[in-house]
Design a protein around this ligand. Structure first.
Ligand SMILES: Cc1ncc(COP(=O)(O)O)c(C=O)c1O
Length: 439
């Protein structure tokens, strides 16, 4: 599909469903998956990290495309189930799992619970035994070091994620002694947003080495070994995509040697990825509400900003404070070559609601549409959507050239653990605690 085909569909989505909206092109996700499958073949399974974009329609679409989902909450578990995923194909990561979430996951039959601490192991063991089950678990390891240049990573630093490699042997022995759990393998989330093919290959080799050492030390014949992929996407001007062919050339020999060891012949090695699969499939489309020139600076004020797309405003983890790539859809004034520097801002009453500073775009006017690239991952889901109480942005999925409105109904989301009687009384202004105090 050409840029102008995409633009036509983006415009149709904006006109039909309104702005701001997120538009996801499934064809682009297919291209990513096929690139991964072509380069790694059956050697590496693919697991999609739901947190990157938990839209249920997207999860349903992905069910025929990737092998596993990684969830990080009971809410994501329910979304995956509603989307028709077999819980046996899910892994559940996250350092702050609540006991109720662990119980729900085990009862649902989640394939692998990813143990991030001995606290979780003990809770899961008790729940599994009460249910007369043995829950397969992966132990998440926080490595002591990783090759230099591997994106945003936390190796060797204090971290809430996983069990530090320095104390892992003792922890693994304890986990192996818990009869409600069976140790099915290991999980390492190495980092995120790496674009350097040589460093990625070196990192994967390093992870395989850690897996090999742990499995041999604890006599584990793993069913699954998960590598948090770190595969990045070019967000900003001047960045280039990861050369996957190079990664696979550097790695494929290593993988077949690894597999030759009898301990690993049946191990499923899985790449866990979010942004690499869906980021470039998505655009955030926002309409210019107003323009002005303030003290010599051209400013376009749009109907959606950081309230819908926090990462594009540069306030999300490792994404640097540089503008995402963006373009204006259709050129109404002059030619596309005649550009001017403009600040693209959102509707919030804060100066940090800025999607671009001094980006070169054709002269913008009220009503023009701007498409922010790389918005398929960590867009809506990572944004403070309630700030100034605008309606939720629409979400649209493009399958071939058909537009599907897939906006989530947040009203039907997971119920809060709150007593309904309490909630009613709070609305009345007579919370029981306050009533007791007054009594
Ligand atoms: C455990 C885990 N797996 C996978 C991911 C996905 O990372 P990315 O979107 O960079 O691929 C994350 C992101 O935070 C994560 O925490």
């Amino acid at each position: 599909m050409t840029r102008s085909d995409e633009d036509e569909l983006l415009k149709r989505a904006a006109d039909r469903f309104g702005t701001p909206c997120f538009v996801y092109f499934t064809q682009r996700i297919e291209q990513r998956i096929s690139l991964l499958r072509t380069n790694f073949g059956p050697d590496l399974g693919l697991s999609y990290a739901v947190k990157a974009n938990p839209n249920p329609a997207l999860l349903e679409w992905l069910s025929g495309e990737v092998d596993h989902l990684d969830i990080s909450s009971a809410g994501e578990l329910r979304l995956a189930q509603e989307a028709g995923w077999d819980p046996a194909l899910l892994s559940f990561t996250g350092p702050g799992k609540r006991e109720a979430e662990i119980r729900e996951a085990i009862r649902a039959g989640v394939g692998h619970l990813v143990i991030e601490s001995l606290r979780e192991a003990r809770i899961a063991d008790r729940i599994a035994r009460q249910a007369a089950r043995v829950q397969p678990v992966l132990v998440r390891i926080s490595p002591e070091s990783l090759p230099k240049g591997f994106g945003d990573q936390m190796a060797g630093k204090p971290t809430p994620f996983g069990i530090d490699m320095e104390v892992a042997h003792d922890a693994i022995s304890i986990i192996q002694s818990l009869t409600g759990l069976s140790l099915a393998g290991f999980h390492i989330y190495a980092g995120t947003q790496c674009l350097k093919a040589d460093v990625i290959a070196e990192t994967y080799r390093h992870l395989l080495d850690i897996f090999a050492r742990l499995c041999s030390a604890h006599d584990v014949k793993p069913a699954m070994l998960v590598m948090g992929s770190g595969l990045g996407v070019p967000y900003h001007q001047g960045e280039t995509p990861v050369d996957l062919r190079f990664v696979s050339r550097m790695l494929n020999g290593e993988l077949s040697t690894f597999r030759k060891e009898p301990r690993f012949t049946n191990a499923k090695i899985v790449l866990e990825l979010g942004r690499y699969l869906v980021s470039q499939a998505g655009y955030f489309v926002t309409r210019v509400v107003s323009t002005k020139t303030s003290r010599g600076r051209r400013i376009a004020i749009c109907d959606g900003g950081m309230n819908n797309h926090l990462p594009a405003s540069g306030h999300f983890g490792m994404v640097m404070r540089r503008s995402y790539r963006m373009h204006s859809i259709g050129v109404r004034n002059g030619s596309a070559d005649e550009t001017e520097a403009v600040d693209v801002v959102g509707p919030l009453c804060t100066s940090i609601d800025r999607l671009a500073s001094g980006v070169e775009l054709p002269r913008l006017d009220e009503g023009d549409l701007i498409a922010v690239h790389n918005s398929g991952a960590y867009g809506l889901t990572a944004s403070p959507v309630h700030f100034i109480s605008h309606p939720m942005p629409e979400e649209v999925m493009v399958v071939a050239d058909t537009l599907l409105r897939i906006t989530r109904s947040f009203a039907s989301g997971p119920a809060r653990a709150c007593d309904s009687e309490d909630a009613v009384r709070l609305v009345d202004g007579t919370h029981p605690a306050a009533a007791n105090q007054n009594a």
